[in-house]
Design a binder for this molecule. Structure first.
Ligand code: GGG
Length: 343
C-alpha cells in the first residue's frame, strides 16, 4: 500500500525539525519497505503572512486526500490551525505519551505514562465574547464527547498496565467536570479489568512531580490535558522529546506537543525528537488501521533508534549536548538503517 502523508512544516523550529524527520522517513522507506509519498501543505504564521490565511482551503483539501498528516509546530496561529483542524476532522483523542529515555535527565528513570486529552470540546471550542465590560468563555462538555474519550482511554489502558486516572475538578466545576467524571465512572463499569481512580487536576499537577512513575493512563478534558502534558514532558526531560497524536475515526494528525520556539529558530539547535517520535506514532496508527506490519515495524524501529542515539550520547543542546538538529537527524537515520539491518 502506498500512503499519502501530508507534511505541514510549520513555523519557528518546525522546518528544521521537519528536515531532520524527513531524513528518518527516508531511511524507513529505504530499509523497511514502507511505501509513502510526502505531500507538502502550508499552514501557520508564515502562511498567514504570505497568503493572508493561516489555514488555506488548499491545505484542508490536501489533508482530506491524505492517509495521515505529520505537522510541525505553528506559532501564534495555533488556534486557527491545529485547534480548527481537530474540530474539522473530529480528531477527538489527543494522545500524549511521556516516557523516560536513556541518557536524558528525567525526574526518574521509570516514568511511562500517557495523557489522553479530549480534543474537540471544553474552553478550546473558542466560544468567547465580551459583554458589558466582561470577557466570557463558554466551556462545552458533552456526554458523547466524554463517552468516546473515556472509551478510548480505557481501551488504551487495557493494552498497557491497566491503570486509568480520570483528572477533573468536579468539586468546583460541578456541571461540566461533573459530567466528565460521572461518564468516566460509568464507563469504568465496562472495564472491570482496569484499575480506575479519579484525581482533581491540582492534585494531578502535584503528583506528576511527586510520584510520576505511578501513572499509567490519564484521561482528562481539553485544557487540563494541554497543561498537564507540558508538565509531563518536562518531568521526562523536556518538550523537545514530546510527541502527540490527534486521532479520529478516519484521519489523524501527528505533531510535537510544543509550540514553535521562535527564540531558537534558525539556529540548528532544536531537538527534533518530538517530531520524529510523532512520526513513530503515525506509523503505529497507519499499521493498526491498515493492518500493515511494515508500518508497525517502522514505528518500533524509530523508537528504538531514538533510544540508541540518546544512549550513544548524541544529544542536542536542550539535553546538555552539542549535536545540531541536522546531525541529530542524521544519527537517527543511521540508527534506523542499522536497526533495520542495512547500514
Ligand atoms: N506550550 C506551547 C504549546 O503547546 N503551543 C502549541 C499550542 O498551543 N497548541 C495548542 C494545543 O495543543 O491545543
Amino acid at each position: 500500500m502506498r500512503y499519502r502523508i501530508a507534511l505541514i512544516r510549520g513555523d519557528g523550529i518546525g522546518p528544521e525539525q521537519s528536515a531532520a524527520t524527513l531524513k528518518v522517513l527516508s531511511a524507513v522507506r529505504d530499509c523497511l519497505g514502507v511505501d509513502f509519498e510526502i505531500v507538502e501543505a502550508e499552514a501557520g504564521d508564515t502562511c498567514l503572512q504570505q497568503r493572508g490565511v493561516a489555514l488555506p482551503e488548499k491545505t484542508i483539501e490536501l489533508l482530506k486526500n491524505s492517509h495521515a498528516c505529520l505537522k510541525g509546530p505553528v506559532g501564534e496561529s495555533a488556534a486557527d490551525v491545529i485547534v480548527r483542524l481537530r474540530i474539522m476532522f473530529d480528531l477527538y483523542a489527543n494522545v500524549r505519551p511521556a516516557k523516560s529515555l536513556p541518557n536524558v535527565p528525567a525526574l526518574r528513570p521509570d516514568i511511562d505514562l500517557v495523557i489522553v486529552r479530549e480534543n474537540t470540546e471544553d474552553l478550546y471550542k473558542g466560544y468567547e465574547y465580551e459583554f458589558d465590560g466582561a470577557a466570557i468563555a463558554l466551556r462545552v462538555i458533552t456526554k458523547r464527547g466524554c463517552e468516546r474519550i473515556a472509551r478510548y482511554a480505557f481501551e488504551l489502558a487495557r493494552r498497557r498496565r491497566r491503570k486509568l486516572v480520570a483528572v477533573h475538578k468536579a468539586n468546583v466545576m460541578k456541571v461540566t467536570c461533573g459530567l466528565f467524571a460521572r461518564t468516566c465512572r460509568e464507563t469504568s463499569r465496562n472495564y472491570p479489568d482496569v484499575e480506575y481512580s479519579e484525581m482533581y487536576v491540582d492534585a494531578a499537577a502535584m503528583n506528576l512531580i511527586r510520584k510520576p512513575q505511578e501513572f499509567d493512563v490519564i484521561v482528562t478534558t481539553n485544557m487540563f490535558g494541554d497543561i498537564l502534558s507540558d508538565e509531563a514532558a518536562q518531568v521526562v526531560g523536556g518538550l523537545g522529546l514530546a510527541p502527540a497524536a490527534n486521532i479520529g475515526e478516519d484521519f489523524a494528525i501527528f505533531e510535537p506537543v510544543h509550540g514553535c520556539a521562535p527564540d531558537i529558530a534558525g539556529k540548528n539547535i532544536a531537538n527534533p525528537t518530538s517530531m520524529v517520535l510523532s512520526s513513530a506514532m503515525m506509523f503505529e496508527w497507519l499499521g493498526t488501521k491498515y493492518g500493515d506490519s511494515r508500518c508497525l515495524e517502522a514505528s518500533n524501529v524509530i523508537q528504538r533508534a531514538v533510544e540508541k542515539v540518546l544512549s550513544g550520547g548524541v544529544l542536542t543542546p536542550d539535553l546538555g549536548g552539542k549535536a545540531t538538529t541536522e546531525k541529530f537527524g542524521e544519527a537517527l537515520a543511521a540508527a534506523v538503517r542499522a536497526l533495520a539491518g542495512k547500514t
